[in-house]
Write a protein that binds this ligand. Sequence first.
Ligand code: RB5
Length: 145
Amino acid sequence: MIAIGCDHAGVEMKKAVIEALSEKGFEFKDMGTDGEPCDYPVMAEKVCKEVLAGNCEKGILICGTGIGMSIAANKFKGIRAALCADSFSTRFTRLHNNTNVMCMGARTLGQGLACELAEIFLTTGFEGGRHQRRIDLITEIEKKN
Ligand code: RB5
């Protein structure tokens, strides 16, 4: 199950991602918004809590630029959120950073690209090895600060 949420800027892109990836067998828990204006940190919190509770394996967040969502999501201990705008970074943030939330900008990306990036994010595994050590160091920073 994938948690997905957006603010008012991301509603159409969220619908496109859900539609395209549902056809490929992914299941989504849609945390809103369905269109009413809202504040992106509120939506980021809803999605991150689903991931941290273990109800959803990953999360997708969409706002105008994806930046606000990524800032908010990275405030949660245990969330590693990446702003994704190209296929290389999207693939490598899974391989190397084991990110559990992806953020995208509805005003900066086309819907076709967003659907493609979401599929890359959801189908690429973590490489582990030396990258786990680096993630452990991030967790240490979380604990200390
Ligand atoms: C909302 O207008 C906009 O600020 C928001 O969607 C996002 O881009 C923030 O980072």
